[in-house]
Design a binder for this molecule. Sequence first.
Ligand SMILES: Nc1ncnc2c1ncn2[C@@H]1O[C@H](COP(=O)(O)OP(=O)(O)OP(=O)(O)O)[C@@H](O)[C@H]1O
Length: 423
Amino acid sequence: MQHDDIVLDVRRVTKIFGGDRDRTLQLIAQGATKAEIQEQTGAVVGVRDASFTVRRGEFFVIMGLSGSGKSTLVRCLIRLVEPSSGQIFIDGQDITQLSDAELREVRRHKTAMVFQHYGLLPHKTVLENAAYGLKTRGVPKEEREQAARAAIERVGLKGWEDYRPRALSGGMQQRVGLARALAHNPDLLLMDEPFSGLDPLIRKQLRREFAAMQEEAGLTTILVTHDLDEALTLGDRIAVMRDGQIIQIATPDELITNPADAYVASFVEGASASRFLTAAQIMDRDVTTVSAADDTDAVRRHLHSRSARSAFVINGNGTVRGLIPSEDLSRISSNGDRRAWETAVRQAVTAEQDTPLPDLVPLALKSRYPLGVVDHAGRLVGQITKNALLKALADDIEADEGSTPDARQPNTRDGATHVERVS
Ligand SMILES: Nc1ncnc2c1ncn2[C@@H]1O[C@H](COP(=O)(O)OP(=O)(O)OP(=O)(O)O)[C@@H](O)[C@H]1O
């Protein structure tokens, strides 16, 4: 991995609240538990020897029960909470060594934060709030308002620019917080439970929208949550914390199939593997008959010849980001317009985001034709037959009935078991 790819490098960060710092560090080094330390010294270990790196564009989630140290850790990263020991590098710069003035500069220019209590300025308008981060950076008014308007539109609040936060619902206020972060376009975005306190439907919707925006903008994001669903759907990698310590850092798939210990296993118990099966895992990649993968005409012709009536558009992780419906596909296939194809792919991605595979079963059942699988660039990368989809889900239900996480392994680990050759 290139050093340039690392935005954040956290090395052995510990935060101790109260008590004797040196004595507590010593006890930590000796392996004393949080409870023992508290009993012996009165100190509370907030974060214990945490180390991890985050790559540019990565979505890194910190998860754990209440009191496990998530908020303390994320606040330590920009010294809103002062770490007791350890080092933190943002873009190669050691944050722990900075003067107050230097630290302010880092916070203004490199990082943005979205916390649960939106942190909006009540007397400022939505537009001013969204532009606030840029204002503190000294960006001229016209330029910052332009960026803020674009961000407001992206979070779906166009038309609300001149209102004050109190006129907005909680979900809308949270969107203003997101707009502010997006307008700022930080190197590192820190979010602490940003979707809590919203009702479940809004929460889900906002989460999905945010995931799409995050990926599109290529933001490097650290999200704190105690919500497993949120962690698994959003995270590229997830760090699980207990008693201030990071117990495991893993991808969502690894976390479900291979939890480090009983604590992590109990966390992910509720997750059904089928929700995390991806289109990429069950698709048939044997589409080599498309000679020029970049040739959208060839892709359309191929879909047509295979009688694929609809096509999924998938992202880099293999999850479904949208569907090109049969009407569109046949219209485009017959008129051969490359532009129309590209537009259809784009529209499919904006219309539906990260649909869990099981949600697509009714659609697949309705059609006796295979589904095409297309990447963001409009290239055909595979196809899914109805049988392959059903088999994958049936296997998953069987595995889910087994009580150990290992029972689910074949489904999430090795998509090849579900691939049905159709050619
Ligand atoms: N200012 C403080 N003074 C003393 N102890 C603190 C302080 N802030 C946090 N702690 C302690 O540090 C530990 C970690 O707390 P933290 O708030 O980081 O956990 P969390 O995982 O974010 O929890 P939650 O999900 O409830 O917000 C807890 O034991 C807490 O009591």
